[in-house]
Design a protein around this ligand. Structure first.
Ligand code: 5AD
Ligand code: SF4
Length: 433
């Protein structure tokens, strides 16, 4: 979501005649788009601001900006005691709904005036702003902003405000434009895409329409809240070849007692039924999830039940986090009573266990021929390419004469918990099929 927002900001600034520099030393304006979801995300930003401070000492006229959720959460405090010695360097503070003000705030900052804009909006969707995309194959499109769910641990409803959906027709137009420019992979984004609603069109209607723009574009989406994922959406994903059979469905915990305290509004059985519907409609589906370990009052039993859930569902991958208490969220009022030591041990157990499951799921692809969209050179070697399967698994293979943006078939020969490796599959005529 932040990467997509940064592209929006670049789009806005591009219209105002700013351009990107390769290196920070060459820049007149340096900004960081921030995340508040966990304490360590914020700590990393303080580290980054430390680098900006060093740059500003060398070149005092640099304008420094903090954008996004941390700007919204800390506001002018970013310039005071909470900013751990780096606050004095921040010139502009802009929350997620105020990016339109950036050009004028930057202009004022050039004249030595610090600025702040952190109003949340009930309507802003940046519908008319064209994001500046630096990658020509994969694109993100935010289709809705904000969240009304108020899960008890989560700061997002406070930093990103209320839910609102973008115009249905404008999203389809944007995908048509991307198709003309040769994009091959589009991910529709929202904190809870199932809440998408524009003039009676729901998220399943939107997915279907977007998939019909160009059958050579793969469509993905994230994130769905398990309480409101509809049968209609599951059927829509199953019915279209170019909608990836790849569902990210955050479970957070396997324990009903913890799910209740988290205010997730579903039970583990509801979640199981949903997964079973998805697997029945799409036996080849790749599933991923989010887990929070060490939520207040979590017992060894709750922890064990979460591990059992991982065993039962057999996810292809998971994002696994230690609980981080966020100020002013409902869970903040509960004691953060699981010690750091226990949280660390539990998360290690979860990560080790899930990595084994991911490795096993990946191993099951060995010998199969999978459709891969080539994204670019592999990070390790320019003699190899990397791409993704429909299920969003990373594949590495020898380059031959192929280039990014092409679909090819790759025969998988080996794997680990994060990556598949293979060779391009040729038929007997030597032609890729
Ligand atoms: N502590 C740890 N993880 C969190 N997440 C959200 N809030 C917190 C928190 N306070 C995780 C959830 C969510 C993902 C985006 O971040 O798992 O699904
Ligand atoms: Fe946070 Fe819950 Fe909204 Fe996701 S659905 S953004 S976890 S409040």
């Amino acid at each position: 979501m932040n990467l997509a927002d940064s592209e929006l900001v670049l789009g806005l600034l591009d219209d105002d005649n700013y351009s990107l520099t390769e290196k920070m030393e060459d820049a007149d304006v340096v900004m960081v788009n921030t995340c508040s979801v966990r304490e360590n995300a914020e700590q990393r930003i303080y580290g980054r601001l430390g680098e900006f401070k060093a740059a500003k000492i060398k070149k005092p006229e640099i304008v420094v900006g903090v954008l996004g959720c941390m700007a919204e959460r800390l506001r002018s405090k970013l310039n005071t005691e909470e900013a751990k010695g780096v606050g004095q360097i921040v010139d502009v503070i802009v929350g997620p709904d105020e990016y339109r003000k950036l050009p004028s705030l930057l202009n004022q900052a050039w004249h030595g005036e610090k600025g702040i804009a952190v109003q949340l909006s009930r309507v802003e969707t940046y519908d008319d702003i064209t994001p500046l995309r630096t990658n020509g194959i994969s694109a993100w499109i935010s289709v809705m902003r904000g969240c009304n769910k108020f899960c008890s641990f989560c700061v997002v409803p406070f930093t990103r405000g209320r839910e609102r959906s973008r115009n249905y027709f404008n999203i389809i137009n944007e995908v048509e434009e991307l198709a003309k420019r040769g994009f091959k992979d589009v991910t529709l984004l929202g904190q809870n895409v199932n809440s998408y609603n524009h003039d009676g069109k729901d998220f399943a209607d939107l997915m279907k329409a977007v998939a019909e723009v160009d059958r050579t574009i793969r469509i993905r989406f994230m994130t769905s809240h398990p309480q409101d994922m509809s049968d209609k959406l599951i059927q829509t994903i199953a019915s279209k070849d170019n909608i990836c059979k790849n569902v990210h469905l955050p479970v957070q915990s396997g324990s009903d007692r913890i799910l209740d305290l988290m205010k997730r509004e579903y039970t583990s059985n509801h979640y199981r039924q949903l997964i079973s519907k998805i697997k029945t409609e799409m036996p080849e589906v790749c599933l991923t999830t989010d887990i929070i370990s060490g939520f207040p009052t979590e017992t060894e039993d709750d922890h064990r039940i979460t591990m059992q859930m991982l065993e039962e569902i057999q996810y292809d991958g998971a994002y696994m986090f230690k609980y981080s208490a966020r100020e002013n969220t409902p869970a903040w009022k509960m004691a953060d009573d699981i010690s750091e030591e226990i949280k660390s041990r539990r998360i290690d157990e979860i990560v080790t266990f899930q990595n084994k499951i991911s490795a096993k799921r990946n191993q099951a692809t060995i010998g199969k021929v999978l459709d891969v969209l080539i994204e670019g050179d592999s990070k390790k070697s320019s003699a190899e390419l990397q791409g993704r399967t429909d299920g969003n698994k990373m594949v590495i293979f020898p380059k031959e004469n192929y280039t990014p943006g092409m679909y090819i078939k790759v025969k998988i020969t080996r794997s680990n918990s994060a990556t598949l490796f293979g060779t391009i599959h040729h038929n007997h005529l030597g032609v890729t099929i």
